[in-house]
Design a binder for this molecule. Sequence first.
Ligand SMILES: CC(C)(COP(=O)(O)OP(=O)(O)OC[C@H]1O[C@@H](n2cnc3c(N)ncnc32)[C@H](O)[C@@H]1OP(=O)(O)O)[C@@H](O)C(=O)NCCC(=O)NCCS
Length: 182
Amino acid sequence: MRLPPKEFAARDGRRFVVRSARANEAGALFDHYLLIRAREPDVNVEEADEWMASADSVRRLIEGLDRAANGFLLVADAGGIVGALSIEGGRFRKVRHVGEVGVSVARGWRRQGVGRRLMETAIDAARTSKELSRLSLRVFSSNAPAIALYESLGFVVEGRRPGHLRIRGRDEDLILMGLPLR
Ligand SMILES: CC(C)(COP(=O)(O)OP(=O)(O)OC[C@H]1O[C@@H](n2cnc3c(N)ncnc32)[C@H](O)[C@@H]1OP(=O)(O)O)[C@@H](O)C(=O)NCCC(=O)NCCS
């Protein structure tokens, strides 16, 4: 799915646009993802040196989600990518109605409402999709900012995998959250 662009003001007055990612910015989007993984190794399962993506695989992801009826990839653009959100619907018939959410905001743009605008835009768009009827996501139990954002938008905890994550010798829980769309 491709969504029309929408402009917003950040809390400090800076402007940004939430819009569908373009295939020709796969390199910039790859850099955004890589920076999140390098600077924050403890919010994603794969660490930077384990992440097998490339600018080319990000381009294929953008093109695939453009064509999908149950997914899309948004960026927050402020003259450069400052945030990204993907909803990837299940590939198989029994799970095509479930969209898995991933969101990230560049450090210099946090606490400015970018994550919330990305999530709100995505939830509204998911509600218009004929295929999606629920969103789901996985989040580390120590990721308080992300959990607070998701709960404020109506996501509820649906499960917890105790000790699913082992982070430099320390065990941590993985939390499963979901949001029914209708
Ligand atoms: C989680 C993340 C996307 C939030 O983005 P953001 O643009 O900073 O969020 P917003 O400014 O829109 O804040 C939305 C809400 O999130 C919560 N929140 C955000 N940062 C927070 C923090 N540091 N502490 C507590 N709550 C926080 C608050 O409820 C906030 O609402 P409020 O500002 O009205 O209090 C961002 O911190 C991030 O990219 N983190 C690294 C990647 C990541 O963890 N992704 C999620 C993996 S599951």
